[in-house]
Design a binder for this molecule. Structure first.
Ligand SMILES: [Zn+2]
Length: 124
């Protein structure tokens, strides 16, 4: 059901954990497979210098989180907002149709974390 790339990602997921002094945190979830994804971003001068995630959910959600963090580290927040679930699916070499929503979660988690960052910036 899962591509080789997903299996590799699941056996060695990248950027698992949390960032204690994160500049932006996004938490999203979906009801269909009960996934909860929390994304932590460290941002300096609008560039994402570090990203970590904590995901409780199915394999597709965990693999999506892992590649999403890898895709956005080093990007500006504007570039990171352009990372879509299609990019995540492509990096994972495909997802089963019933698991596409798990990659959408990664896109949403990035957007939520950046929204949180921007809200915090406004308060400064
Ligand atoms: Zn899922």
């Amino acid at each position: 059901m899962y591509s080789q790339k997903i299996i590799e990602t699941l056996s060695n997921p990248k950027n698992v954990g949390e960032i204690a002094d994160a500049d932006g945190i996004g938490t999203v979830g979906n009801a269909s497979c009960g996934d909860i994804m929390e994304m932590f971003l460290k941002i300096e001068n609008d560039v994402i210098v570090d990203a970590k995630f904590k995901t409780f959910g199915c394999g597709a959600a965990i693999a999506s989180s892992s590649v999403a963090t890898e895709l956005i580290i080093g990007k500006t927040i504007d570039e990171a907002l352009k990372v879509t679930n299609a990019d995540v699916v492509e990096t994972l070499e495909g997802l089963p149709p019933q698991k596409i929503h798990c990659s959408v979660l990664a896109e949403e988690a990035i957007a939520e974390a950046i929204k949180d960052y921007r809200a915090k910036q406004e308060k400064k």
